[in-house]
Design a protein around this ligand. Structure first.
Ligand SMILES: Cc1ncc(COP(=O)(O)O)c(C=O)c1O
Length: 340
């Protein structure tokens, strides 16, 4: 339950499309993934020139960095967020500028706006955020964008969009047409269950899309991935049923955690976040010893992916046992530290 994957294997129709594509694997695939771009554009109701396809959304993020960030350029993002942002910033020789999350694990929009300077080349917002699961509304993003120089690229990383309450809005439809500096990245890895095939897409102004296309590694999105993504869009109703099941399980996990007294941030993705502070490592290791693998962020918290019904139940019962053990250990440690 550590990597925010979809617990279900791909739909049969997707596996069949991949098998068919595999029969032609002696050929290079279409580098531009034209059929997939057009399919995505028609599905979303946008122009195909506004859509880029890449090797997962991390591939597209790397393309965005390659295109826009040079040595010495500042990249602004809230922290904690997705671990790839500092890695790519450093790879480019860029300068990381981070703003802390608010005490309830939300983005601090005033701090973000204040952190943007004339040297800022890129701002990145993961919404829903990894690992906290908290999300921004499109209206909040608009207010922030109005405070940012239009020469600064603003990336909205929506890897978990499909798990978000739709009332938060759609930046692809609501913001991209009004802000030429906004790029939305999305993926087939999570809701569509294709993490192992590496395919994602970006929506943005055609000039920005044309620029990032120039940095696409040749044939980066292979033919199997292209076929799988098209088949996923063709089966979007079945995918939605699976997403709905995950959302149902997320609600069950949240309710059970709340009943056990845990307070967690608003969970808008396919995971929940337990802000455990200094208890993080001990709870993580105790869970792992019992076979429940989660993602720890030392001294901050652990992120737990919503899995199958059985996995979620096992996590909940194991956490309840572990919480008792850790509490007992802490009481004993405290007594040893201050005898008498
Ligand atoms: C915020 C965020 N963005 C992007 C990704 C990358 O997804 P992929 O490269 O599989 O599309 C992840 C994966 O964990 C993520 O958490």
């Amino acid at each position: 339950m550590a990597s925010n994957e979809n617990p279900d294997p791909p739909l049969d129709a997707i596996v069949a499309a991949v098998s068919e594509a595999a029969a032609g694997a002696n050929r290079y695939a279409d580098h531009r993934a034209t059929a997939l771009r057009e399919r995505i554009a028609a599905w979303l109701g946008v122009d195909a020139a506004s859509v880029a396809v890449g090797a997962g959304s991390v591939g597209l993020l790397q393309q965005l960095f390659l295109t826009f960030v040079d040595a010495g350029d500042e990249v602004v993002y809230p922290w904690r967020s997705f671990e790839v942002y500092p890695v790519y910033t450093r790879l480019m020789g860029g300068v990381e500028v981070t703003t802390p999350l608010t005490p309830d694990h939300q983005f601090d929009l005033d701090a973000l706006a204040a952190a943007v300077s004339p040297s800022t080349r890129m701002v990145i917002l993961a919404t829903p955020n990894n690992p906290t699961g908290t999300a921004l509304r499109t209206s909040e993003m608009r207010t922030l964008l109005e405070r940012i120089d239009p020469r600064t690229v603003v990336v909205i990383d929506e890897a978990y969009r499909e798990f978000l309450d739709p009332s938060f809005g759609d930046p692809g439809l609501e913001l991209v047409p009004d802000f030429a500096n906004v790029v939305v990245t999305r993926t087939f890895s999570k809701a569509h269950g294709l993490a192992g095939l590496r395919v994602g897409y970006a929506i943005g102004h055609p000039d920005v899309i044309a620029s990032i296309d120039k940095t696409l590694f040749p044939f980066a999105v292979n033919g199997l991935a292209q076929a799988a993504a098209i088949a996923a869009i063709d089966s979007i109703d079945l995918i939605q049923q699976r997403v709905d099941r995950i959302l149902g399980e997320r609600a069950r996990v949240i309710a059970s955690l709340a009943a056990d007294g845990w307070r967690i941030p608003d969970a808008q993705a396919n995971f929940v976040y337990l802000p455990l502070g200094e208890r993080t490592d001990s709870i993580y290791f105790e869970l792992e010893k019992r076979g429940v693998v989660t993602r720890p962020f030392s001294n901050e918290g652990i992120r737990i992916t919503i899995g199958s019904d059985d996995q979620n139940t096992r996590f909940l019962t194991t956490l309840a046992q572990v919480a008792q053990v850790v509490q007992v250990v802490q009481v004993v440690e405290a007594e040893v530290a201050s005898p008498g």
